[in-house]
Design a protein around this ligand. Structure first.
Ligand SMILES: CC(C)(COP(=O)(O)OP(=O)(O)OC[C@H]1O[C@@H](n2cnc3c(N)ncnc32)[C@H](O)[C@@H]1OP(=O)(O)O)[C@@H](O)C(=O)NCCC(=O)NCCS
Length: 212
């Protein structure tokens, strides 16, 4: 597993990249982790749309003000934007930190990659392999033996059954269900509330019950 928020050390900087809705939700997860294991950390948002502002009591800086060698998490739902910003931060010498809300459940033999974010009440079962910069939102469940490739997004309340592979940059919409053992291709989008009963080709958008 990448470094977890519970291990933040005094004086250590964490950049939360993106000060929008998911950025603030990621901040909630970071702060909950700090409460679970008291510590101290300098937190700030990085967002070129809001430099100089204060959001939720944190300073917002532009990307040009980022210092090398500090930790970061990309807190933006769009997988393509997340990939671009993660690569920019990494090439600038920043270090991706994994954020797990203390109210998330992570099963045994499950691996979480660097920069991955699990929000409260997400449940990632056993023997799951989640890549880098994956996001699993509130109340979403991921079954045993799933593979979530880099930049996957599982939106609130989605239910991914056991043995599913979610391709790089794919998104599972709110409340959607993916039946066991299926593959969702790279960059595909599963609509909110869909029930996926067949493999989804790369780049496809599917919706409805059954998903088409
Ligand atoms: C499926 C989805 C990607 C389609 O987006 P889109 O291509 O922009 O689609 P549109 O909004 O233009 O809608 C096109 C049609 O699909 C229908 N539609 C949209 N989303 C649908 C869904 N999830 N299930 C069933 N039908 C849906 C619309 O009603 C519309 O139907 P119409 O042509 O008969 O009027 C999107 O609607 C969606 O479900 N995204 C998931 C978002 C989510 O879960 N967000 C949570 C954030 S916390």
């Amino acid at each position: 597993m990448g470094q977890k928020n519970q291990s933040l050390r005094a004086g250590k900087v964490l950049y939360i990249v993106g000060a929008g809705g998911f950025g603030r939700e990621t901040l909630d997860a970071v702060l909950a982790g700090l409460e679970a294991t008291p510590g101290d950390s300098d937190l700030c948002f990085v967002d070129d749309g809001h430099p100089g502002e204060v959001i939720r009591g944190l300073d917002v800086i532009g990307s040009g003000a980022v210092l090398a060698g500090k930790d970061f998490v990309i807190a933006i739902a769009n997988p393509d934007v997340r990939r671009r910003l993660a690569n920019a931060m990494l090439s600038g010498g920043s270090v991706a930190r994994t954020i797990v809300h203390p109210g998330a459940v992570v099963g045994p033999e499950t691996y979480l990659g660097d920069g991955t974010v699990l929000l409260a009440l997400s449940h990632i079962s056993s023997s799951v392999r989640a890549g880098n910069h994956v996001q699993v939102n509130y109340n979403a469940t991921v079954g045993h033996d799933c593979v979530l490739e880099d930049y996957v997004t599982v939106l609130p309340g989605a239910n991914v059954a056991g043995g599913v592979t979610l391709g790089e940059g794919s998104t599972i919409g709110s409340g959607a269900i993916v039946l066991p053992g299926l593959n969702v291709g790279r960059g595909a989008m599963v609509g909110a509330g869909a029930v996926v009963t067949r493999n989804v080709p790369a780049g496809a958008i599917v919706k409805g019950v059954p998903a088409r």
